[in-house]
Design a protein around this ligand. Structure first.
Ligand code: TRP
Length: 342
Protein backbone atom coordinates (compact mmCIF):
# COMPACT_ATOMS: atom_id res chain seq x y z
CA UNK A 1 0.00 0.00 0.00
CA UNK A 2 1.42 3.42 -0.85
CA UNK A 3 1.71 5.93 1.97
CA UNK A 4 -0.84 8.32 0.59
CA UNK A 5 -3.76 5.93 0.47
CA UNK A 6 -6.69 7.43 2.38
CA UNK A 7 -6.32 4.85 5.15
CA UNK A 8 -3.02 6.37 6.25
CA UNK A 9 -4.17 9.93 6.05
CA UNK A 10 -5.11 11.92 9.12
CA UNK A 11 -8.81 12.43 9.78
CA UNK A 12 -10.30 15.92 9.55
CA UNK A 13 -13.75 16.78 10.87
CA UNK A 14 -15.66 20.04 10.91
CA UNK A 15 -19.21 21.22 11.30
CA UNK A 16 -21.14 24.27 10.22
CA UNK A 17 -24.42 25.71 11.37
CA UNK A 18 -27.11 26.26 8.76
CA UNK A 19 -27.45 30.00 9.31
CA UNK A 20 -27.63 32.71 6.68
CA UNK A 21 -26.12 32.82 3.23
CA UNK A 22 -22.62 31.82 2.22
CA UNK A 23 -20.85 35.17 2.06
CA UNK A 24 -17.20 35.97 1.43
CA UNK A 25 -16.42 36.03 5.16
CA UNK A 26 -17.69 32.50 5.74
CA UNK A 27 -16.19 31.28 2.51
CA UNK A 28 -12.66 32.58 3.17
CA UNK A 29 -12.89 31.90 6.90
CA UNK A 30 -14.00 28.30 6.66
CA UNK A 31 -15.40 26.56 3.61
CA UNK A 32 -12.55 27.38 1.24
CA UNK A 33 -10.26 25.69 3.72
CA UNK A 34 -12.58 22.68 3.92
CA UNK A 35 -12.34 22.34 0.15
CA UNK A 36 -8.53 22.51 0.08
CA UNK A 37 -8.07 20.06 2.94
CA UNK A 38 -9.83 17.39 0.90
CA UNK A 39 -6.66 16.97 -1.20
CA UNK A 40 -4.52 16.14 1.78
CA UNK A 41 -6.64 14.41 4.41
CA UNK A 42 -9.62 12.16 4.89
CA UNK A 43 -12.35 14.72 5.50
CA UNK A 44 -15.81 14.56 7.01
CA UNK A 45 -17.94 17.71 7.03
CA UNK A 46 -21.25 18.07 8.76
CA UNK A 47 -24.22 20.41 8.60
CA UNK A 48 -25.13 20.58 12.27
CA UNK A 49 -28.90 20.75 12.47
CA UNK A 50 -29.11 19.46 16.05
CA UNK A 51 -26.95 22.43 17.00
CA UNK A 52 -29.22 24.73 15.03
CA UNK A 53 -32.04 23.88 17.45
CA UNK A 54 -30.19 25.27 20.43
CA UNK A 55 -31.33 28.82 19.63
CA UNK A 56 -34.98 29.78 19.05
CA UNK A 57 -35.87 28.29 15.64
CA UNK A 58 -38.75 27.80 13.21
CA UNK A 59 -39.53 24.12 12.57
CA UNK A 60 -40.85 24.96 9.12
CA UNK A 61 -37.56 26.59 8.07
CA UNK A 62 -35.03 24.21 9.52
CA UNK A 63 -34.87 21.66 6.68
CA UNK A 64 -34.67 24.37 4.05
CA UNK A 65 -31.79 26.02 5.88
CA UNK A 66 -29.99 22.69 6.07
CA UNK A 67 -30.39 21.89 2.37
CA UNK A 68 -29.37 25.40 1.41
CA UNK A 69 -26.08 25.00 3.23
CA UNK A 70 -25.60 21.55 1.70
CA UNK A 71 -26.08 22.97 -1.81
CA UNK A 72 -23.82 25.93 -0.99
CA UNK A 73 -21.06 23.65 0.21
CA UNK A 74 -21.32 21.38 -2.82
CA UNK A 75 -21.34 24.36 -5.19
CA UNK A 76 -18.02 25.66 -3.86
CA UNK A 77 -16.31 22.28 -4.06
CA UNK A 78 -17.02 20.17 -0.98
CA UNK A 79 -17.22 16.60 -2.28
CA UNK A 80 -20.61 14.97 -1.73
CA UNK A 81 -19.04 11.83 -0.27
CA UNK A 82 -17.43 13.96 2.45
CA UNK A 83 -20.59 15.79 3.46
CA UNK A 84 -23.47 14.69 5.68
CA UNK A 85 -26.30 16.00 7.79
CA UNK A 86 -25.97 15.58 11.54
CA UNK A 87 -29.53 14.39 12.19
CA UNK A 88 -29.03 11.59 9.64
CA UNK A 89 -26.45 10.18 12.07
CA UNK A 90 -28.37 10.23 15.37
CA UNK A 91 -25.51 8.41 17.14
CA UNK A 92 -23.97 11.85 17.74
CA UNK A 93 -26.70 12.66 20.24
CA UNK A 94 -26.39 9.35 22.04
CA UNK A 95 -22.65 9.83 22.45
CA UNK A 96 -23.37 13.40 23.59
CA UNK A 97 -25.50 12.02 26.42
CA UNK A 98 -22.66 9.79 27.55
CA UNK A 99 -20.34 12.81 27.34
CA UNK A 100 -22.79 14.87 29.40
CA UNK A 101 -22.02 12.40 32.13
CA UNK A 102 -18.24 12.60 31.82
CA UNK A 103 -17.89 16.35 31.35
CA UNK A 104 -17.61 18.71 34.24
CA UNK A 105 -20.52 21.10 34.83
CA UNK A 106 -17.98 23.69 35.94
CA UNK A 107 -16.00 23.39 32.70
CA UNK A 108 -19.12 23.64 30.54
CA UNK A 109 -20.33 26.66 32.53
CA UNK A 110 -17.22 28.58 31.57
CA UNK A 111 -17.89 28.50 27.80
CA UNK A 112 -18.04 32.05 26.54
CA UNK A 113 -20.09 31.15 23.45
CA UNK A 114 -22.89 30.11 25.81
CA UNK A 115 -22.66 33.43 27.61
CA UNK A 116 -22.69 35.40 24.32
CA UNK A 117 -25.56 33.43 22.84
CA UNK A 118 -27.72 33.56 25.93
CA UNK A 119 -27.23 37.32 25.97
CA UNK A 120 -28.31 37.46 22.33
CA UNK A 121 -31.47 35.53 23.18
CA UNK A 122 -32.14 37.83 26.12
CA UNK A 123 -31.68 40.89 23.94
CA UNK A 124 -33.84 39.67 21.04
CA UNK A 125 -36.81 37.85 22.48
CA UNK A 126 -39.41 39.27 24.79
CA UNK A 127 -39.84 36.17 26.89
CA UNK A 128 -36.24 35.02 26.79
CA UNK A 129 -35.92 31.27 26.53
CA UNK A 130 -32.48 29.79 26.98
CA UNK A 131 -32.53 26.10 26.26
CA UNK A 132 -30.64 23.38 28.07
CA UNK A 133 -29.45 22.44 24.58
CA UNK A 134 -27.64 25.75 24.28
CA UNK A 135 -25.77 24.94 27.47
CA UNK A 136 -24.95 21.40 26.33
CA UNK A 137 -24.02 22.57 22.80
CA UNK A 138 -20.24 22.10 23.24
CA UNK A 139 -20.74 18.58 24.57
CA UNK A 140 -22.57 17.66 21.37
CA UNK A 141 -19.75 19.30 19.44
CA UNK A 142 -17.27 17.07 21.28
CA UNK A 143 -19.35 14.05 20.27
CA UNK A 144 -19.33 15.20 16.62
CA UNK A 145 -15.56 15.31 16.63
CA UNK A 146 -14.69 12.30 18.75
CA UNK A 147 -17.18 9.89 17.18
CA UNK A 148 -14.94 9.99 14.06
CA UNK A 149 -11.71 10.05 16.11
CA UNK A 150 -10.73 13.21 14.25
CA UNK A 151 -7.08 14.28 14.41
CA UNK A 152 -7.69 17.80 13.12
CA UNK A 153 -10.61 20.21 13.36
CA UNK A 154 -10.51 23.23 11.04
CA UNK A 155 -12.28 26.07 12.87
CA UNK A 156 -11.70 29.71 13.74
CA UNK A 157 -10.12 30.69 17.05
CA UNK A 158 -13.60 31.49 18.43
CA UNK A 159 -13.85 27.71 18.85
CA UNK A 160 -10.71 27.32 20.98
CA UNK A 161 -12.63 26.81 24.20
CA UNK A 162 -14.85 24.16 22.63
CA UNK A 163 -11.85 22.28 21.33
CA UNK A 164 -10.19 22.45 24.73
CA UNK A 165 -13.36 21.06 26.28
CA UNK A 166 -13.41 18.30 23.66
CA UNK A 167 -9.89 17.28 24.65
CA UNK A 168 -10.86 17.37 28.33
CA UNK A 169 -13.81 15.09 27.65
CA UNK A 170 -11.66 12.69 25.61
CA UNK A 171 -9.03 12.64 28.33
CA UNK A 172 -11.52 12.09 31.12
CA UNK A 173 -13.28 9.36 29.18
CA UNK A 174 -9.96 7.61 28.58
CA UNK A 175 -9.20 7.82 32.29
CA UNK A 176 -12.58 6.41 33.29
CA UNK A 177 -12.34 3.43 30.96
CA UNK A 178 -8.63 2.95 31.63
CA UNK A 179 -7.38 3.03 28.05
CA UNK A 180 -6.30 5.56 25.43
CA UNK A 181 -9.50 5.11 23.46
CA UNK A 182 -10.07 8.60 22.07
CA UNK A 183 -7.54 10.61 20.09
CA UNK A 184 -7.10 14.16 21.43
CA UNK A 185 -7.97 16.37 18.43
CA UNK A 186 -6.08 19.49 17.41
CA UNK A 187 -7.35 22.72 15.88
CA UNK A 188 -6.34 23.57 12.31
CA UNK A 189 -6.59 27.34 12.02
CA UNK A 190 -7.47 29.05 8.78
CA UNK A 191 -4.84 31.52 7.72
CA UNK A 192 -7.07 34.27 6.30
CA UNK A 193 -8.00 37.31 8.35
CA UNK A 194 -11.62 38.00 9.17
CA UNK A 195 -13.38 39.74 6.31
CA UNK A 196 -15.18 42.91 7.39
CA UNK A 197 -18.49 44.32 6.20
CA UNK A 198 -17.85 46.50 3.14
CA UNK A 199 -20.71 48.75 4.26
CA UNK A 200 -19.31 49.15 7.78
CA UNK A 201 -15.67 48.09 8.16
CA UNK A 202 -15.98 48.41 11.93
CA UNK A 203 -17.95 45.14 11.90
CA UNK A 204 -17.25 41.59 10.78
CA UNK A 205 -18.94 40.51 7.54
CA UNK A 206 -22.00 38.62 8.72
CA UNK A 207 -25.36 37.47 7.47
CA UNK A 208 -27.19 38.69 10.54
CA UNK A 209 -26.28 42.36 9.97
CA UNK A 210 -28.43 42.44 6.80
CA UNK A 211 -27.88 42.18 3.03
CA UNK A 212 -25.83 45.38 2.74
CA UNK A 213 -23.22 43.95 5.04
CA UNK A 214 -22.34 40.76 3.26
CA UNK A 215 -21.43 39.72 -0.24
CA UNK A 216 -22.87 36.33 -1.17
CA UNK A 217 -20.58 34.13 -3.25
CA UNK A 218 -23.63 33.20 -5.33
CA UNK A 219 -24.72 36.72 -6.29
CA UNK A 220 -24.98 37.95 -9.87
CA UNK A 221 -21.78 39.65 -11.05
CA UNK A 222 -23.65 42.99 -11.31
CA UNK A 223 -24.72 42.79 -7.70
CA UNK A 224 -21.22 41.95 -6.51
CA UNK A 225 -19.74 44.81 -8.53
CA UNK A 226 -22.27 47.22 -7.11
CA UNK A 227 -21.62 46.11 -3.54
CA UNK A 228 -17.87 46.45 -3.93
CA UNK A 229 -18.21 49.83 -5.64
CA UNK A 230 -20.17 51.15 -2.70
CA UNK A 231 -17.68 49.85 -0.14
CA UNK A 232 -16.69 52.35 2.54
CA UNK A 233 -13.03 53.22 1.98
CA UNK A 234 -11.82 56.18 3.96
CA UNK A 235 -13.96 58.45 6.05
CA UNK A 236 -11.17 61.03 6.09
CA UNK A 237 -9.82 60.34 9.56
CA UNK A 238 -7.01 57.97 8.58
CA UNK A 239 -3.63 59.38 9.63
CA UNK A 240 -0.96 59.76 6.92
CA UNK A 241 1.11 56.61 6.46
CA UNK A 242 -1.77 54.38 7.60
CA UNK A 243 -4.31 52.36 5.61
CA UNK A 244 -7.96 52.74 6.64
CA UNK A 245 -9.86 49.60 7.80
CA UNK A 246 -12.15 49.76 4.74
CA UNK A 247 -9.22 49.82 2.29
CA UNK A 248 -7.35 47.18 4.28
CA UNK A 249 -10.47 45.02 4.04
CA UNK A 250 -10.52 45.39 0.23
CA UNK A 251 -6.85 44.35 0.19
CA UNK A 252 -7.69 41.28 2.29
CA UNK A 253 -10.53 40.32 -0.03
CA UNK A 254 -8.23 40.74 -3.02
CA UNK A 255 -5.55 38.64 -1.41
CA UNK A 256 -7.94 35.93 -0.24
CA UNK A 257 -9.49 35.73 -3.72
CA UNK A 258 -6.17 34.70 -5.17
CA UNK A 259 -4.23 37.98 -5.18
CA UNK A 260 -3.39 40.41 -7.97
CA UNK A 261 -0.14 41.73 -9.47
CA UNK A 262 -1.11 45.32 -8.58
CA UNK A 263 -1.68 44.57 -4.91
CA UNK A 264 1.79 45.74 -3.83
CA UNK A 265 1.59 49.00 -5.70
CA UNK A 266 -1.97 49.58 -4.43
CA UNK A 267 -0.65 49.26 -0.91
CA UNK A 268 2.22 51.67 -1.59
CA UNK A 269 -0.19 54.17 -3.10
CA UNK A 270 -2.56 53.81 -0.14
CA UNK A 271 0.29 54.59 2.26
CA UNK A 272 1.31 57.58 0.13
CA UNK A 273 -2.29 58.81 0.00
CA UNK A 274 -2.45 58.61 -3.81
CA UNK A 275 -4.56 55.49 -4.26
CA UNK A 276 -7.53 55.82 -6.60
CA UNK A 277 -10.29 53.96 -4.79
CA UNK A 278 -12.29 53.51 -7.99
CA UNK A 279 -9.44 51.60 -9.59
CA UNK A 280 -8.94 49.42 -6.51
CA UNK A 281 -12.65 48.59 -6.34
CA UNK A 282 -12.76 47.75 -10.04
CA UNK A 283 -9.88 45.31 -9.56
CA UNK A 284 -11.38 43.74 -6.42
CA UNK A 285 -14.74 43.31 -8.18
CA UNK A 286 -13.07 41.66 -11.20
CA UNK A 287 -11.14 39.22 -9.06
CA UNK A 288 -14.07 38.34 -6.79
CA UNK A 289 -16.37 37.79 -9.77
CA UNK A 290 -13.75 35.63 -11.48
CA UNK A 291 -13.57 33.50 -8.33
CA UNK A 292 -17.28 33.24 -7.61
CA UNK A 293 -18.86 33.00 -11.05
CA UNK A 294 -18.23 29.22 -11.30
CA UNK A 295 -19.82 28.81 -7.84
CA UNK A 296 -22.96 30.60 -9.00
CA UNK A 297 -23.16 28.42 -12.10
CA UNK A 298 -22.58 25.24 -10.08
CA UNK A 299 -25.30 26.17 -7.64
CA UNK A 300 -27.81 26.73 -10.43
CA UNK A 301 -26.97 23.31 -11.86
CA UNK A 302 -27.26 21.67 -8.45
CA UNK A 303 -30.68 23.22 -7.87
CA UNK A 304 -31.84 21.87 -11.22
CA UNK A 305 -30.93 18.33 -10.16
CA UNK A 306 -31.76 18.91 -6.53
CA UNK A 307 -33.28 15.54 -5.74
CA UNK A 308 -30.30 13.60 -7.04
CA UNK A 309 -28.04 15.64 -4.74
CA UNK A 310 -30.39 15.06 -1.83
CA UNK A 311 -30.14 11.33 -2.48
CA UNK A 312 -26.35 11.52 -2.65
CA UNK A 313 -26.17 13.24 0.71
CA UNK A 314 -28.54 10.71 2.23
CA UNK A 315 -26.28 7.93 0.99
CA UNK A 316 -23.04 9.56 2.14
CA UNK A 317 -24.68 10.07 5.54
CA UNK A 318 -25.42 6.34 5.58
CA UNK A 319 -21.80 5.46 4.81
CA UNK A 320 -20.43 7.93 7.37
CA UNK A 321 -22.93 6.59 9.91
CA UNK A 322 -21.17 3.21 9.86
CA UNK A 323 -18.09 4.75 11.48
CA UNK A 324 -20.23 6.54 14.06
CA UNK A 325 -22.12 3.37 14.91
CA UNK A 326 -18.89 1.45 15.39
CA UNK A 327 -17.50 4.06 17.79
CA UNK A 328 -20.72 4.27 19.77
CA UNK A 329 -20.87 0.50 20.02
CA UNK A 330 -17.33 0.38 21.41
CA UNK A 331 -18.03 3.25 23.78
CA UNK A 332 -21.16 1.58 25.17
CA UNK A 333 -19.20 -1.60 25.76
CA UNK A 334 -16.40 0.32 27.45
CA UNK A 335 -18.69 2.14 29.87
CA UNK A 336 -20.89 -0.85 30.66
CA UNK A 337 -24.07 0.09 28.82
CA UNK A 338 -26.18 -2.38 26.86
CA UNK A 339 -25.76 -2.66 23.11
CA UNK A 340 -28.92 -3.50 21.23
CA UNK A 341 -26.91 -5.40 18.65
CA UNK A 342 -23.83 -6.99 20.09
N1 TRP B 1 -19.64 25.29 16.97
C1 TRP B 1 -19.20 25.35 15.60
C2 TRP B 1 -19.36 26.80 15.11
O1 TRP B 1 -20.12 27.54 15.67
C3 TRP B 1 -20.00 24.43 14.71
C4 TRP B 1 -19.73 23.00 15.03
C5 TRP B 1 -20.59 22.08 15.53
C6 TRP B 1 -18.49 22.34 14.85
N2 TRP B 1 -19.99 20.88 15.67
C7 TRP B 1 -18.70 21.01 15.26
C8 TRP B 1 -17.24 22.76 14.37
C9 TRP B 1 -17.67 20.09 15.23
C10 TRP B 1 -16.21 21.83 14.36
C11 TRP B 1 -16.42 20.50 14.77
O2 TRP B 1 -18.72 27.17 14.15
Amino acid sequence: MSTNTPVNKKQVFSGMQPTGNLHLGRYFGAIQNWVHLQDKYRCIYCVVDYHAMTMPFEPKDLRQRVWNLVFDALAVGVKPENLFIQSMVPEHTELAWIFNCVSSYGDVSRMSQFKDKSQQVNAKTKDAFISTGLFAYPVLQAADILIYKADFVPVGNDQDQHLELTRNIAHRFNQIVGEEYFVLPETLYTSFPKVLSTADPAKKMSASLGPKHNISVFSDPDVIRKQIKSAVTDSGDTPAGKVSPGVENLFSILEASGGHPDLISFREQALAGTLQYGKLKETVADVVIYLTEPFRQNRLEIIEKKSSYEEQIASSSEVIRKTATKTLHEVKNLVGLMNVYS
